[in-house]
Design a protein around this ligand. Structure first.
Ligand SMILES: NC(=O)c1ccc[n+]([C@@H]2O[C@H](COP(=O)([O-])OP(=O)(O)OC[C@H]3O[C@@H](n4cnc5c(N)ncnc54)[C@H](O)[C@@H]3O)[C@@H](O)[C@H]2O)c1
Length: 337
C-alpha cells in the first residue's frame, strides 16, 4: 500500500517517522509541504521518499491508496475533500474540521465513496487511557461522578483555531471514549489576552463544563498561557478514584481507594465516613500510541471496517468544540445537544 503525508511540521514529522517504518507492505511514497525547508529536512532523513510542494500530485497518482493530513486545522476540510474525491482513504489530525457542517459533509462523502475517514485522536491509543476505560468498564471505580482535567502550558498559540479546538479536542475525545457516551450539554468561559484586538484574535484560556446523560459532570481547563505544563486528569468514582498524570514518564496512573460515604443514621444525624485505603499503580503496557494508531488506520483499510477513531467520532468531537466556542462567546450560556 502506497501512502502520502501532507504537512511535515511539528506533528507531521512524527507521522512521517511512524509511517516510514510501519511495515514492509506500507510504503511512504510522498511527503508534501508548502515549506521547502521542511521538505529538505525530510529528504535528508528519508532519501527514498519523494518530497513535493503540490498536493495535486498525490490526488492524481493512482498508486496512492491513503493520505495522512497533518496541516493546520484551517486546511483540513479542503484536503480531506480532495483526498476522498480522488478515491483515497484519509487519516486527518485533530480537530477534524473547524465546523460541524464541514465534518458532516466529509463523513457523508466518505460513506458514499466507501472510504475510511479516520481522525488522529492520539490519546485513545495510549496504554494509560485504555487502562482507564478498562477500569471503568469493569466497575472498579464504581459509579463515575466526575472528571476533572487540566491541559495547560505555555503553548504554541495557533493562528487558525482557539485553545479549545487545539487542546480540549484531546480531553473531549478521551471523556467520550472512557465513558462510552456523548455529552448532553456544554457551558464554557474563556478569553483572549495576547491576541486580543488583532486580526488573529483567538481565546487562549478556557474552562469547559460538560454534562453526560449518565449524570457524569466533566470539567476541562485549557490554556496556552500557563507557566507550568500540566496534563492531569482526575476521574472520581463512588468506589475509587484515578489520578492520571500524562507528564509522568512511567507511573501515569494511580488508583486511589479513597472516598466518603454519609451515614445519616437515626433522626437525621449526619456522619461522613471517610475511606482512606491504598494507592495502587497499575503496570501499563508498552508501546507508542502513534504506531498503534497508524496500524489501526492500515488494518481498517485492509479489513474494510470503521476504525476506532472514525469520522463520526471526529465529527461529534467537533460538535462539542463548536458548541463550547459558541457558549464561550455568548457569556457561558448552557447549550444542549
Ligand atoms: N495528535 C496530537 O497529539 C497533535 C499534536 C500536535 C499537533 N496536532 C495537530 O497536527 C496538525 C498540524 O499541527 P502542527 O503543530 O504540526 O503544525 P505546523 O504548523 O508545525 O505544521 C503544519 C505544516 O503543514 C504545512 N501546510 C500547511 N498547509 C499546507 C498545504 N495546503 N499543503 C501542504 N502543506 C501544508 C505547513 O507548511 C507546515 O509545515 C494540527 O491539526 C494540530 O492540531 C496533533
Amino acid at each position: 500500500m502506497n501512502i502520502a503525508i501532507i504537512g511535515a511540521g511539528y506533528w507531521g514529522k512524527n507521522l512521517v517517522r511512524v509511517f516510514y517504518s510501519l511495515s514492509d507492505d506500507v510504503k511512504l511514497k510522498y511527503v508534501c509541504d508548502l515549506d521547502e525547508k521542511k521538505l529538505a529536512k525530510i529528504k535528508k532523513m528519508y532519501p527514498d521518499v519523494q518530497t513535493i510542494a503540490d498536493a495535486n500530485i498525490i490526488f492524481s497518482d493512482p498508486e496512492i491508496s491513503a493520505v495522512v493530513v497533518s496541516t493546520p486545522a484551517s486546511a483540513h476540510y479542503e484536503l480531506i475533500k480532495k483526498t476522498l474525491l480522488s478515491g483515497k482513504h484519509v487519516l486527518v489530525e485533530k480537530p477534524m474540521t473547524r465546523t460541524l457542517k464541514e465534518a458532516d459533509e466529509l463523513v457523508t462523502l466518505a460513506k458514499e465513496k466507501d472510504l475510511v475517514l479516520m481522525v488522529d485522536h492520539t490519546f485513545l491509543y495510549t496504554p494509560a487511557v485504555k487502562k482507564i476505560k478498562h477500569l471503568i468498564e469493569n466497575n472498579e471505580l464504581g459509579k463515575i461522578n466526575y472528571i476533572d482535567s487540566e491541559r495547560i502550558n505555555l503553548g504554541l498559540i495557533q493562528p487558525d483555531v482557539n485553545v479549545i479546538y487545539d487542546l480540549a479536542a484531546h480531553d473531549i475525545s478521551i471523556f467520550n471514549y472512557i465513558l462510552g457516551e456523548w455529552p448532553s450539554s456544554v457551558m464554557a468561559f474563556g478569553k483572549s489576552f495576547i491576541t486580543k484586538g488583532t486580526v488573529r484574535e483567538v481565546e487562549e484560556v478556557a474552562h469547559i463544563n460538560l454534562e453526560y446523560p449518565s449524570g457524569v459532570m466533566a470539567h476541562v481547563h485549557v490554556s496556552w498561557l500557563s507557566p507550568v505544563k500540566l496534563r492531569k486528569m482526575l476521574v472520581g468514582g463512588s468506589k475509587k478514584m484515578i489520578i492520571y498524570n500524562d507528564v509522568e514518564p512511567s507511573e501515569k496512573i494511580k488508583i486511589v481507594d479513597q472516598g466518603v460515604d454519609i451515614d445519616f443514621g437515626k433522626e437525621n444525624s449526619f456522619f461522613p465516613i471517610y475511606r482512606s485505603g491504598e494507592i495502587s499503580i497499575p503496570k501499563l503496557s508498552e508501546g507508542e500510541a502513534l504506531i498503534a494508531e497508524a496500524q489501526e488506520f492500515i488494518q481498517s483499510i485492509k479489513e474494510n471496517r470503521s476504525p476506532l477513531t472514525c469520522g463520526e467520532s471526529g465529527l461529534k468531537t467537533v460538535q462539542v468544540l463548536e458548541k463550547a466556542t459558541q457558549s464561550m462567546r455568548e457569556n457561558g450560556i448552557k447549550i444542549y445537544f
